[in-house]
Design a protein around this ligand. Structure first.
Ligand SMILES: Cc1cc2nc3c(=O)[nH]c(=O)nc-3n(C[C@H](O)[C@H](O)[C@H](O)COP(=O)(O)O)c2cc1C
Length: 357
């Protein structure tokens, strides 16, 4: 690991920020206590909600941790396309007996207010998703002593993040669960994304700053693979979703290893931005018709997803999952961190033994 990353955690293992509840303070603290780097997800939260969680983590552990922010999105949405999707979802609305959410109230996810809090009362690490902050913002974090990470999905985005002054990039492969973190959601140019091993290698050859690899990583041997390809650490989301400390809905946790759900896909069905999740009824029926309209579609379907969860209906929920979901192990987060570290060690030893034979 690079020196600054080494200072942040004992093992090169990062627990991904997971908005919507999974990466709660208990999960973050358990990972940090075990020697990994845990991330709170500030996305969809108010600035105050984010700050309350930061204070909870500080009460649970003295170890370093991170906070992840969503970059504000340009509003390029075609109102006609949104209206058509509203009609598409009319049946869901009557089935769950709930009106669709309001799309006029979409703001910038409280970006400026969250920045102000994080600069006033700094945390060790801040990462950014869906874009790259300005050089001024990254400089302000550097002055506050905060380590910054920008999530990227291509060597070009990595280059831009390095130029803007990020301390590290998180290279997200197409295998990753949850939203693709492209700087722009452009249906014309994003053909589904690059696989992690290829992406890490390209990003490593493009930038000089540390690279954190994310997407489909469930075992220590896979972590050894991305480290050998040039990554400095590995970020895992789905692997931590099933931990008892994770705040994910029980049905979501169960679905990850339920043989009924055999496939993941990238879909705009729930949020209007491509995100990888288990294929269920909602994705099959609405995915093909969902417009590129984030965060409007997220707000439109939010009530439906909550109603489906209340009804115990996993077929109507957003079951975000990476391609490795079937390898998920339901272990306490601290034990999972230690097991991954042991597997990583074993894989490295096996490789060096083979190479000396
Ligand atoms: C349920 C869920 C929610 C996520 N939310 C966020 C988020 O708020 N911010 C972010 O940067 N990445 C988010 N991600 C993506 C992760 O940062 C990471 O790229 C991904 O989990 C890696 O792939 P894996 O799930 O196969 O390990 C989320 C992933 C999942 C599964």
């Amino acid at each position: 690991m690079s020196s600054a990353l080494t200072d942040l955690c004992r093992y090169p293992i990062v627990q991904a920020p997971m908005a919507g509840g999974p990466s709660c303070p208990q999960l973050v603290a358990a990972v940090a206590e075990a020697g990994g780097l845990g991330f709170l997800a500030a996305g969809y939260k108010t600035a105050d909600g984010m700050y309350q969680e930061i204070k909870q983590v500080r009460g649970l552990t003295g170890q370093p941790f991170g906070v992840n922010l969503f970059m504000p999105q340009q509003n390029l949405t075609d109102p006609g396309a949104l209206e058509v999707y509203r009609h598409q979802l009319a049946g869901e609305s009557s089935w769950y007996e709930t009106p669709l959410g309001d799309t006029d109230a979409c703001g910038d996810d409280g970006y400026e207010a969250k920045l102000a809090i994080l600069l006033e009362d700094p945390v060790p690490v801040v990462s950014f998703t869906f874009g790259c902050p300005s050089r001024d913002t990254l400089d302000a974090f550097a002055a506050a002593g905060t380590y910054t990470v920008v999530t990227v999905t291509s060597p070009e985005e990595a280059q831009a993040a390095q130029w803007a002054g990020a301390d590290a990039v998180c290279a997200q492969g197409t295998e990753a669960g949850g939203h693709r973190s492209t700087f722009r959601d452009d249906p014309e140019t994003d053909g589904g994304g690059t696989g992690l091993l290829c992406l890490v290698t390209q990003v490593r050859e493009t930038v000089q700053i540390p690279v954190i690899a994310a997407g489909g990583l469930m075992r220590g041997a896979q972590i050894a693979g991305v480290l050998a390809a040039g990554a400095d650490a590995a970020q895992l989301g789905t692997a931590f979703l099933v931990c008892p400390e994770s705040g994910a809905h029980l049905l979501h946790k169960q679905a990850l290893t339920n043989p009924l759900f055999v496939r993941t896909t990238l879909t705009r069905a729930f949020s209007g931005r491509p995100a990888r999740g288990l294929v269920n009824r909602f994705v099959r029926e609405h995915g093909p018709y969902a417009p590129a309209a984030y965060p409007q579609v997220h707000h439109m379907t939010s009530v439906l997803r909550k109603a489906a969860a209340r009804a115990g209906d996993a077929q109507g929920m957003a079951l975000w999952a990476g391609q490795g979901h079937r390898m998920a192990r339901e272990l306490p987060a601290g034990r999972l961190v230690r097991l991954l570290a042991e597997e990583l060690d074993a894989a490295r030893t096996a490789v060096s033994t083979r190479s000396t034979q």
